[in-house]
Design a protein around this ligand. Sequence first.
Ligand code: IPM
Ligand code: MG
Length: 373
Amino acid sequence: MSSTPRIVLLPGDGIGPEIVAAARRLLDALGEFEFEELLMGGCSIDAHGVALTDAVLAACRESDAVLLGAVGGPKWDTTDPDAPRPEQGLLGLRKGMGLYANLRPVRPSPALVGASPLREERIAGTDLLVVRELTGGIYFGDSGRDGDSAHDTCEYSVAEIERIARAGFGAAQRRAAGGGRSARVTSVDKANVLETSRLWREVVGRVAGEYPEVELDHLLVDNAAMQLVSRPAEFDVILTENLFGDILSDESAMLTGSLGMLPSASLGEAGAPGLFEPVHGSAPDIAGRGIANPLATFLSTAMMLRHGFGRADEAERIEAAVDAVLERGLRTPDLLGGTVAPAPTPENPSPESEVGTTEMTDAVLAEVQLDLP
Ligand code: IPM
Ligand code: MG
């Protein structure tokens, strides 16, 4: 990597430009970075007729890391199989950059446990990581329409399963080393029905032999969906294939009380640039109103610093700043769940207060800079 990291910014659609601009301010406060801002998603369809141009893919591959806002919106929603869709840009990036490992950590911020739809005692202590296979399975198998029927094919090779399994076991090992916990991988499949799942289970079991200190168990995906809401705190690493990971990661995100809080990293081979993005979507209904929650993008920026640039100290500084502003009661509207922020009282002088993107960003910046050496 060059001394000044080169980051491609893909703001995308909806609230994407607002939250990526906020992240850019955060990065500028932390140090020196080179930015290149490019079109991907619906905005690229409008400009070029495709969601991802070859030039943008090439720029991403040549960068040190890619930070993405969100793509999509009603303007480009269609069931026409021949029309371009914003999501194709994201899938094209994943495939074109070889980003087979998607990491989605779920750790409810202490100040937000009350915002979870689950009872506090259920989610207390939840700290899990979804490791989702990202470039295979039904997302990338043969698909099409034939007269009045349609098909999507799910396919996995041993090599694809092996490398994502190693990513999962490796992550469990590192989490245990960092946090004094025992390492456990829960592999999720549908081995009672699907052949790809039976291969998955076999290969994951074999790879587990390389990691004797990591405990492995297997869950069927329907059971996993249930256990996630009934005993989330007992999970460590959830290792799963592409489609199941898509679904379970949204479910896990809700444990934190807001989809607006969940970051993600998509990684390929060691040394190749990764892609970092909030898990939430483009929220077209609130775009341009200055109320988008930038926190998941800040936490994704932290993942970029940690996984992309090996700058774990700064990552932790951002994570601590996010916790601190939430602790002080600052809330974008999505974190208030439709309720009106209460007025201060003598018993509770700093209750939750509703803020917009700029105020939230200012507060996080102030925390991060307070903390600078
Ligand atoms: C995600 C999203 C994407 C996916 C969509 C936008 C293609 O839901 O990153 O989880 O299904 O992978
Ligand atoms: Mg999803």
